[in-house]
Design a protein around this ligand. Structure first.
Ligand code: NAP
Length: 319
């Protein structure tokens, strides 16, 4: 593969690093802390979603060490400060192209071209789209994938929350701070969410459930005005007058930049071994870009740590 800009960009010499990390979620920043403490001065390319999904989470109650819970944004800031304290450098740009057929690997980002002896892919995952009419056109006009970011705009309104997993219930409960009513629409008659969140949601009088129901269309001109749904068992159609639609139906890995360059599973998650090694020696992956199973802040951070230790060993063995 050839970069269109050649070995250097516009005459600017490419910067060579021991370790480049793509992503600033828990995996990327945990890797940065470890690589920085190994004195590798890692460069972290932030990507489009600074802080990853955790930065959008209102309260994190299950990250060890925070018995009273911690704000997602606060946790991200602490990770960042800790990584920078030991010499990691955050570059607020996105890697658009990588060449893993040469070594050092070449990374073409918004801010220029970089060369890396080792690369840690910690690009995370993004919310899955429903794929119904109105979802894209009304995004930011009533359609949202983030209750923490947008919930306050729906004070006193009625909203739909789509999904039946932990995210849908957790975010739905959060939304009841603001909204008059949150209706959780789930395609089956059984929630996927765990008992604790299920009980909390069931006891919340602002939450209603619409089971065995799917969304057909999100309607509105300037903003969301209603949502067309149908019952999957009876086929009965309905139009619900709501002003907001919050969608929490899982995630897709952000691995497009590595497609055709690293082995992936059919869903696009990067395949790794027990040392976070990918199919290309010197390239490691961590967090939700490579994990469709656990998907927790703590597991992603742990994978980031493991990837940094493996990268350090690889650098030592391949001087
Ligand atoms: P998830 O567990 O995969 O649940 C996704 C939900 O969306 C499921 O109920 C699924 O329905 C539904 N869904 C998927 N595609 C759909 C479509 N096209 N149309 C309609 N509905 C669709 O995802 P998640 O809730 O984001 O959770 C991901 C992971 O994070 C889980 O391991 C979860 O335990 C964890 N998490 C934990 C917490 C916590 O512990 N506090 C909070 C948030 C997330 P089906 O059930 O029919 O498949």
């Amino acid at each position: 593969m050839q970069f269109s800009l050649g070995a250097t960009q516009a005459g600017k010499p490419a910067v060579e690093q021991d370790v480049i990390i793509l992503g600033t979620g828990p995996a990327g920043l945990a890797a940065a802390i470890y690589a920085a403490r190994a004195d590798r001065k890692p460069l972290v390319l932030a990507g489009p979603d600074l802080g990853g999904q955790v930065a959008l989470t209102n309260a994190v109650e299950n990250y060890p060490g925070f018995p009273e819970s911690v704000g997602g944004g606060d946790l991200f800031s602490m990770f960042q400060k800790q990584a920078e304290r030991f010499g990691a450098v955050l570059d607020f740009s996105t890697a658009n192209e990588v060449d893993l057929t040469v070594h050092p690997f070449r990374i073409l980002a918004d801010t220029g071209e970089y060369h890396a002896k080792t690369l840690i892919a910690a690009t995370g995952a993004s919310p899955r789209r429903l794929g119904v009419p109105g979802e894209d056109t009304l995004l930011g006009k009533g359609v949202s994938y983030c209750a923490t970011c947008d919930g306050a705009f729906f004070r006193g309104r009625n909203v739909l929350v789509v999904g039946g997993g932990d995210s849908a219930l957790e975010e739905g409960i959060f939304l009841t701070r603001y909204v008059s009513q949150a209706t959780i629409v789930h395609r089956r008659n059984e929630l996927r969410a765990g008992t604790l969140l299920r009980e909390r949601a069931e006891h919340n009088e602002k939450i209603h459930f619409l089971m065995e129901t799917v969304v057909d269309e999100i309607r509105g001109e300037e903003s969301v005005q209603s949502v067309a749904v149908h019952n999957v068992k009876t086929g009965k159609q309905d139009v619900l007058p709501v002003e907001g639609v919050f969608i929490f139906i899982g995630h897709e890995p952000n691995t497009a930049v590595f497609r055709g360059k690293l082995d992936m599973d059919p869903k696009g998650y990067i395949r790794i071994d027990d040392r976070m090694r990918t199919s290309v020696p010197g390239v490691f992956a961590a967090g939700e870009a490579a994990d469709s199973v656990f998907r927790q802040i703590a597991t992603s951070a742990g994978m980031g740590v493991a990837a940094a230790i493996s990268a350090e060993r690889w650098l030592e063995e391949n001087k």
